[in-house]
Design a protein around this ligand. Structure first.
Ligand code: SF4
Ligand code: SF4
Length: 411
């Protein structure tokens, strides 16, 4: 695609990057067929090709409007289009650049900015989120159904494996996961302990920055990233070489640290090291597959499960087949899931900001996951887990909890 970027962006790092991405797009439209919002709305401008065209127009000097923003807001940043694209167009990165320009040139009304700021701070600050969650759970009976279904119920905290192995890894706690599902990282610690790895936490390391970053508060996101790096750095200097991530949404963000902080002279090399050290849990267990499969078991794998592959796992990290393969090797029967490439509608804060579209996507996804009547649904990201659990007739949990129950380490 030919481009003629406007002077305000042409010679900036973002402009050069956007231009290179835009030039790869041949406008074939293959991506449109796999875009969840195009499937729901049927409007070219609510599909990747149309959004690419909108961003191109803005970068070439056209004045964005509220309508431009709406089409970009409706995008889930699920990146299904990237997986489909035969030309390797990095749509997600282009959307980040385009959204930042649109946000600056067509600012939102004050009330909307305030609402988005409240949501960002409420989610990304673990202490604030914990308080709000507990308050919401207490007041649940008084709340309307539409709000009630968004409040996850408490899940029990189970025991953390002792730090007894020489091989140590760090784990990302994150912002909402410790409050909603503390058992995920505890289960990961027990399974890793069983294969000879001790999992360490650095308390108060905070959010990875993904919530701010994807709500276009990129400066605030960088503050959180630097804070997280500072919290982890003493352990990295002491020799820790792996950061285990149990939420694929955070995993994609950590992998992008090197890129996001590339212009920061003080942090760029640290960010690159953190990005290189971060691994999804399935990658770490994949390296210990033989030990994991040889462990004695107290639970049963004789059940049918449906695996929901989060977009961040399948389109961002491209790791979904590894989870499915590991679960199959452990003996679980995996139900077929039609249209597994489509987003469930969680997408970070999307389910709060675009509730109607998110509800429709969730209903479609739940129907697909339940089509072969699995006994339970497992996934790999806290956001998808809580979103899918609302209204689901079966339990939805992280796949590592299933594995921890199977090998039955002390709880
Ligand atoms: S599939 Fe790729 S090249 Fe084709 S329109 Fe979509 S982004 Fe452009
Ligand atoms: S990221 Fe997802 S929602 Fe956005 S354009 Fe691509 S496929 Fe559509």
């Amino acid at each position: 695609m030919q481009t003629h970027l406007a002077p305000f962006v042409k010679d900036t790092p973002e402009g050069r990057e956007a231009e290179a991405i835009l030039r790869k797009c041949v406008h074939c439209g293959f991506c449109t067929a796999t875009c969840p919002t195009y499937q729901l709305l049927g409007d070219e401008l609510d599909g990747p090709r149309g959004r690419i065209y909108l961003i191109k127009q803005v970068l070439e000097g056209a004045k964005p409007t509220a309508k431009t923003r709406t089409h970009l807001d409706r995008c889930l940043t699920c990146r299904a289009c990237e997986t489909t694209c035969p030309s390797g167009v990095d749509y997600g990165r282009l959307a980040d650049i385009g959204r930042a320009v649109v946000e600056a040139q067509a600012p939102r009304p004050l009330a909307e900015r305030f609402k988005r700021s409240v949501i960002r701070h409420g989610i990304a600050n673990a202490g604030v989120f914990d308080f709000l969650l507990k308050a919401g759970q207490t007041a649940t009976p008084l709340l309307p159904q539409s709000v009630r279904e968004k409040i996850p119920s408490s899940r029990p905290q189970t025991s953390w494996a002792p730090l007894r192995h020489a091989r140590r890894m760090l784990v990302l706690d994150g912002c909402v996961q410790p409050s909603i599902a503390p058992n995920i990282n505890a289960a990961a610690s027990r399974v890793l302990d069983a294969v000879g790895i001790s999992l360490e936490r650095v308390t108060d390391a905070g959010c990875c920055g993904a919530v701010d970053f994807h709500m276009n508060a990129q400066a605030a996101a960088k503050v959180r990233m630097r804070r997280l790096i500072d919290a982890w750095w003493p352990r990295m200097e002491a020799g820790v070489d792996t950061i285990v991530v149990t939420a694929s949404g955070c995993g994609v963000m950590l992998r992008d640290y090197a890129h996001v902080l590339a212009e920061d002279p003080e942090y760029k090399s640290k960010a690159a090291r953190i990005a290189g050290a971060s691994k999804d849990l399935v990658q770490v267990l994949g390296e210990r597959r033989d030990e994991l499969l040889a462990l004695p078991r107290i639970g049963s794998a004789q059940k049918r499960i449906a695996f929901h592959a989060p977009c961040t796992l399948q389109h961002g990290l491209r790791l979904a087949p590894q989870v499915e393969s590991l679960l199959r090797d452990l003996g679980f029967r995996l139900a077929a899931v039609p249209d597994a490439h489509l987003c469930c509608g969680s997408a970070g804060t999307y389910s709060i900001l675009q509730p109607e579209l998110a509800r429709r996507l969730r209903a479609n996804k739940q129907a697909a996951l339940l089509s072969e009547h699995p006994e339970e649904i497992v996934t790999a990201n806290i956001g998808c887990m809580t979103h899918l659990q609302a209204g689901a007739p079966t339990r939805v949990r992280h796949w590592i909890e299933l594995v921890a129950d199977l090998i039955g380490r002390p709880r």
